[in-house]
Design a protein around this ligand. Structure first.
Ligand SMILES: NC(=O)c1ccc[n+]([C@@H]2O[C@H](COP(=O)([O-])OP(=O)(O)OC[C@H]3O[C@@H](n4cnc5c(N)ncnc54)[C@H](OP(=O)(O)O)[C@@H]3O)[C@@H](O)[C@H]2O)c1
Length: 347
């Protein structure tokens, strides 16, 4: 190759990179910082776990907060702790709770949200966090579990969003978050009822983001990995062996770490929040046609999508191996049991 080409090829690549960057820059929506001070935030599932830490973080940022859940005792306890935190800040912030089944009647939910807005001011931030997970192989899950999980993980977010969005559009301000899951990016053994509900949230959020752009209402999605909460501890009790082995590789995060990461993304006007290195890689890989407001993130997603696809295929191969290994072992155990039963009969 002549010297001229050795110089020209990198120059052409650099120019193409610059043109591509400019196209992306002018295509992505502009990022708007979000200010929390004196805003009213509603957190569904705010009495425990990730929701509680999100509520605590919102108080640290100067918000008045309404937490929503069903169990009154848990709500009262959480509200007391949150009010203490608010009082320590000396900014006259208020915390209140509403006992509400987010899978219930829409009119009841709407009335409770309106009441909350009358008490603490118009709702500026909604965090759709209430959720629940039951895992088992598909044929072992009752059909009712599919219906219940769709209601609590997906429809509850639709109801809450519908209850607040008109007012946000009118006031041309607001933020709505959806707490999905790493299982909303990656289908894993045992999650046939749970995963689709979390994928559905992402589809809803992607669509809503586009509709709300002209109204300056931000939308965000949080994809938590395994997080050390009461809910996760309950999950572990019934988690199939395969699911446990697969999810062990993802590590365990504290709810505060997860909540803080999401609140930072809300403040910076980012769309997706991923947690940890695996989460970040999965986020880049599954970004697909989802909204992106950060030029840096957009460039990384564009540059590394192919490599991350290859790495994910290796993970998938490992997970498929676990599924087959567990299947073979169970088959062998059954056979050994049958043989020993036959042996006993012959005796
Ligand atoms: N922890 C994890 O490893 C993990 C990983 C990925 C995604 N997530 C997601 O993150 C969110 C929070 O999880 P978490 O582990 O913090 O859960 P958690 O500790 O079990 O807390 C769940 C919260 O949701 C409330 N809730 C449940 N069903 C409700 C309903 N029908 N109506 C109103 N409130 C309801 C609960 O209160 P009541 O029971 O009193 O109603 C509680 O406040 C969920 O959406 C979950 O799917 C969690």
């Amino acid at each position: 190759m002549s010297l001229i080409w050795l110089v020209l090829i990198p120059v052409i690549i650099f120019i193409l990179f610059l043109i591509g960057t400019l196209f992306i820059f002018f295509s992505i929506p502009s990022r708007r910082d979000f200010h929390f001070f004196r805003r009213h935030a509603v957190v569904t599932g705010g009495s425990k776990g990730i929701g509680f830490q999100l509520a605590a973080g919102l108080i640290e940022k100067g918000c008045n907060v309404t937490i929503v859940a069903r169990n009154v005792k848990d709500l009262q306890k959480a509200c007391e702790e949150l009010q203490l935190l608010a009082d320590q800040r000396g900014q006259h912030q208020k915390v209140q709770w509403k006992s509400l089944d987010m899978t219930g009647d829409y009119d009841v939910i709407k009335a409770a949200f309106d009441e909350s807005a009358n008490e603490l001011g118009p709702i500026d931030i909604l965090i759709n966090n209430a959720g629940h997970s039951v895992q088992a192989p598909f044929t072992e899950l009752p059909i009712s579990d599919f219906e219940k999980q769709m209601k609590v993980n997906y429809l509850s977010a639709v109801y809450a969003t519908r209850a607040v969005v008109d007012d946000m559009k009118k006031r041309k301000t607001g933020h709505i978050s959806f707490v999905s899951s790493a299982a909303g990016q990656f289908g894993i053994f045992g999650y046939t009822a749970y995963s689709p509900t979390k994928f559905a949230l992402r589809g809803f959020a992607d669509t809503l983001h586009m509709e709300l752009l002209p109204y300056k209402v931000n939308v965000g999605v949080l994809y938590p990995p395994n997080t050390d909460t009461e809910g996760f501890k309950v999950e572990l009790e019934t988690m199939p062996e395969e699911t446990k082995l697969m999810s062990d590789s993802a590590g365990l995060f504290t709810p505060k770490y997860v909540a803080d990461a999401h609140l930072k993304d809300i403040a910076d006007g980012n769309y997706a929040t991923t947690i940890g290195l695996d989460g970040w890689m999965l986020g880049c890989l599954t970004a697909g046609a989802c909204p992106e407001k950060s030029l840096g993130r957009a460039l990384i997603q564009s540059a590394f999508a192919g490599l991350f696809r290859a790495i994910t295929l290796v993970y998938l191969g490992y997970f498929n191996g676990i599924t087959k290994k567990c299947y073979r072992r169970r088959l062998q155990e059954k056979e050994e049991e049958k043989n020993s039963e036959n042996g006993r009969k012959e005796e």
